[in-house]
Design a protein around this ligand. Structure first.
Ligand code: ADP
Length: 198
């Protein structure tokens, strides 16, 4: 069973594309969603975050105080790195266990790991193949402004904090163009045929 990564810049459409693979029956692990769950359920992660940012990082009901955490790590790259160093290994362990389950079951030729950061942190190297979803920046800005109710400057800032799309494409095994001109379904279908026959 192959482990395939799918990534792309914010607003490129990686979640949208991953959902199309899921429709074809491919198990998809969304690293960002699972990271949020792990911040609630993993006691070790919770303790380390509280030690790093203070008890106010969590509400009394055990849920993370996202506004507080964001205010702490906003514009503080060292703290952002520190929190990533707590959450990412836990997500990595979780995704490996998740993939093992499907490997043992032996029913699927590949699983998909969707994450915003796969190239930036080198974790794509532990995957068998990497798909990068691309979309021109002006279109990504429009999509994210609409999706996240942000202004142009806020979205541009987020894009600038990420590795440029061209760098991701350099290490991609497959590229899916999601510019609104190239239909997605035939691209996903064609790639699925390749991946089930590797
Ligand atoms: P990402 O996960 O890469 O941040 P999403 O899949 O969430 O991107 O897509 C960003 C936004 O753009 C979403 O609101 C999504 O519905 C929309 N979107 C994605 N692909 C297209 C497309 N081909 N045409 C129009 N809107 C799209």
């Amino acid at each position: 069973m192959l482990k395939i990564g799918i990534t792309g810049g914010i607003g490129s459409g990686k979640t949208t594309v991953a959902k199309l693979f899921a429709v074809l029956g491919v198990p998809v692990y969304n690293a960002d969603t699972e990271a949020k769950k792990i911040m609630v359920s993993n006691l070790k992660v919770k303790t380390l975050i509280k030690n790093l940012l203070g008890d106010a990082s969590y509400h009394r009901n055990g849920k993370p105080n996202r506004a507080y955490i964001s205010s702490k790590i906003f514009n503080d790259k060292e703290l952002l790195t520190a929190i990533n160093n707590i959450v990412h290994p836990a997500v990595h362990t979780d995704t490996e266990q998740w993939a093992d389950h499907y490997r043992k079951e032996g029913k699927t030729p590949y699983v998909l790991r969707e994450a915003a950061l796969l190239v930036e942190n080198g974790s794509y190297k532990s995957l068998d193949k990497l798909i990068v979803v691309t979309c021109p920046e002006p279109e990504r800005i429009i999509r994210v402004m609409k999706r996240d109710k942000l202004n142009k400057e806020e979205v541009t800032q987020k894009i600038q904090n990420q590795l440029p799309e061209s760098e991701k494409v350099k290490v991609a095994d497959f590229v899916i163009i999601n510019d609104g001109q190239h239909p997605l379904i035939p691209q996903v279908w064609k790639l699925h045929q390749i991946l089930i026959n590797i």
